[in-house]
Write a protein of this length. Structure first.
Length: 115
């Protein structure tokens, strides 16, 4: 069983930046597709960004240019760099991944954008 543990969330002012991390257990991380999702209060969970085992990335259209997903296979970690944060980015952020995108999930980390 693979465990995913997110970290890096917190309170940030509008216009600020945060970097989320998702550390994976197990020995097959480099072959996994990984992704970040978010769920705002009262809204459905949405896919934010994904990265394949080969490093190809894809993003929710409205977040392109502000969010960047990356991975470090040696550290078995996927990152989400979030810049120019807005109050509407407030949500619980989850990572997922595996052979399939939704095989494994982390517990989530809260991001709050507020002045």
């Amino acid at each position: 069983q693979v465990q995913l543990v997110e970290s890096g969330g917190g309170l940030v002012q509008p216009g600020g930046s945060l970097r989320l991390s998702c550390a994976a257990s197990g020995s097959h991380f480099s072959s996994y597709v990984m992704a970040w999702h978010r769920q705002a209060p009262g809204k459905q969970r949405e896919l934010v960004a994904a990265v394949t085992s080969g490093g190809n990335t894809d993003y929710k259209d409205s977040l392109k240019g502000r969010f960047t997903i990356s991975r470090d296979n040696a550290k078995k970690t996927v990152y989400l760099q979030m810049n120019s944060l807005k109050p509407e980015d407030t949500a619980v952020y989850y990572c997922s991944g595996g052979v399939g995108l939704y095989d494994y999930w982390g517990q989530g980390t809260q991001v709050t954008v507020s002045s």
